[in-house]
Structures are given as structure tokens and as C-alpha cells.
Design a protein around this ligand. Sequence first.
Ligand SMILES: Cc1cc2nc3c(=O)[nH]c(=O)nc-3n(C[C@H](O)[C@H](O)[C@H](O)COP(=O)(O)OP(=O)(O)OC[C@H]3O[C@@H](n4cnc5c(N)ncnc54)[C@H](O)[C@@H]3O)c2cc1C
Length: 339
Amino acid sequence: MTADTHDVVIAGSGVAGLSAAVYAARADLDPLVLEGDEPGGQLTLTTDVENYLGFPEGVGGMELIQQGKEQAEQFGAQFRHGSIESADLDGQPKALTLSNGETIHTRALVVATGASARWVGADNEADLMGHGLSTCATCDGAFHRGDDVLVVGGGDSAMEEALFLAKFADSVTVVHRREELRASEIMADRARDHDDIDFRWNTELRSIHGSTEEGVTAATLISHPEGHPREKFESGTEVETERVDVGGVFYAVGHTPNTGFLRNTGVELDDDGYVLPQTDGDGRATARTTVDGVFAAGDVADPRYRQAITAAGTGSMAALDVEAFLETLEGSEPAPVEA
Ligand SMILES: Cc1cc2nc3c(=O)[nH]c(=O)nc-3n(C[C@H](O)[C@H](O)[C@H](O)COP(=O)(O)OP(=O)(O)OC[C@H]3O[C@@H](n4cnc5c(N)ncnc54)[C@H](O)[C@@H]3O)c2cc1C
């Protein structure tokens, strides 16, 4: 290995990247973690995490991340700012070009770049995210016992979030900008048949009210009988405006996996851009991708579960797979890198 080629670079410092870093560092692989534009990832957006194993009193999202980083550093993982802009992943070594133009070489890459929940552009959403505004009902639903809550969206995940929230909340109102749901018939029927779930058709969220101390207290909705009220409002058409008291707002308008830099690299992505991890010869899950030496962990490969604990689990899988991969390279030194 040339002096400037890493054994393994881990892209992303969310739970998946941190877990991969702990395992890789303990295996003496000297991992380099690129933190991306959101060091610590999505968990830094939330206050309390109550479903991560080992914290009976719950743990702050930021605290969990800081402790994970400390743990990885203690075993020798290096962290640095930087986002991968593009990558040449053929053969050895692999070349990663960062957004500042610098190129890094590595024998193995763990992609743990997460998936960003889409936001709707309501006023105050950046201030209230994690303080009563959430993108994850499984994570934060239990904080809303007895509240009236809104779910924004009209697809299957919005129906799932609404049905889950109805276990805790007094009432759930699904806010959808059209008159028809995109959700499958079965999910739509389940939500429509639920006594505690209502629908506001042709309606969008304009503002969320509250504070970081009080959480969400109210929301302003806009409606137009022909749907897409925000577009209408922005083009000067009159819309109906209503302020409603609510204790929580949940966005369920989809996620975008952070995989732009993997386009045309040979790493197989699904139609929505999530990495498709490969199974082994026995059909069992691995963290391997379709490119040798490239592995994926966490939400970037998981449109279904999207939990901190599953991200940590797949992070450990990726590091173990990297270790096995590097052993197969032993004795086959990569070609020297030109300066
Ligand atoms: C508000 C909120 C509350 C939540 N609460 C809970 C909860 O209570 N319990 C729970 O289990 N889960 C919760 N989740 C879900 C949980 O946060 C995610 O499942 C978990 O963070 C996924 O981890 P990850 O490491 O895969 O990705 P992320 O946390 O998304 O981290 C991605 C990392 O990749 C980096 N990155 C992105 N692009 C690049 C690039 N091109 N190059 C290099 N780095 C890059 C980012 O900067 C970031 O560091 C919550 C999520 C949100 C948004």
C-alpha cells in the first residue's frame, strides 16, 4: 500500500458510520471518517432517543453521537470534514474526489451517507425540527400521548405514520395537498377507517408555531378547492387560511438517499437511489455492494426500517465485511498512486 492510500474510508459520521468506525478501528484498519455536511447525521436533529438499546432513561441524540465519536477515536479512527463529490471505484485503489477538489485514495469504502427526509418548506421548520416537528413517527410518536397531531403527506408512509401515531395521539389529521391519496388502497382504507384519523384535502402546511422550550403548539394551514394551495398562494391566488392548535407535526413526504456521487460508478442503486446491498452465496444479507471493496450501511441502503439501531447494526456488518475484503487483497499491493 502506498503511504497516501487508506485501508478504509467511511463516508458519513451518523450512527452507521460511527459504528463502522468503532469496528474498523478495533480491527486496526485506521479508518478515516469523512463527516459530510452534517457531522453526526440525523440524530443530531432530535432531542430524546428512547428506543436505542442500553439507555433506560433515554439519551439525547447529540450525546449519543458524541459518545460514539469518542469511542471510535479512542480506538484510533480519524475524523475530518469533507463530502465526496464524485468517485472512481474501479479496481485498486479507489479515488474519492471531495467537494473541495481534493482526492483521497482508499482500498475499501463504506458508504454510510444516510437519507435525508424531505421537508415541506413551512415557516419555522428548521427551528422546530426535533422540538415537536419530526420526520419519524416510530422515533417520536410516543412523545405525543394525548396530543392532536398533523401528518403531512399522502403516500403509504404517511398512512403508516398516521396509523402508528393514532396509538398515542388523541387525534391525527392527515394534511394532503390533493384530493386523492397516493397511498395503496389497503393502506388508505386502513387510515380512512380509523376513528381517530381525519383528512384535510387540498391543504398544505404554511407555518408551524411554537418554540424550542414549549415544542409545537399550533400550525397554519392553507387550502384551495383545486389543490396545491401553496403554488396558488405563491402565484397570488387567494387561499383559505386556518390556524389549528396541535402538539406535534410529522413530515411523511419521502426521503432522498445521499447517493449522487455513486451514479455511474457501478454501485447498483434501486429506482429511488438507495444502494442495493448484495446477498452472499447462501442468500444471506451482507453489506457488500455490486462493486468490489465498496460497502453500504445505514439509511442509505434502508428505505424500510430507518432506525438508529439498525443503522448501527449494518455499520458493524460493513466493517466486518471490509476486514474480510482487505484480507483477500493481502499480497496484491495496489498500483502506486501518481502524485
Ligand atoms: C428528527 C429525527 C428523529 C429521529 N429519532 C430517532 C429515534 O428516536 N430513534 C431511532 O432509532 N432513530 C431515530 N431517527 C432516525 C435515525 O436518526 C436514522 O435512522 C439514523 O440517523 C441513520 O443513520 P445513518 O448513519 O445511516 O445516516 P445519517 O444519520 O443520515 O448520517 C449520514 C451522514 O453522512 C454524511 N454524508 C452525506 N453525504 C455525504 C457525502 N457525499 N460524503 C460524505 N459524507 C456524507 C452526513 O454528513 C452524515 O454525517 C430520527 C431521525 C430524525 C430525522
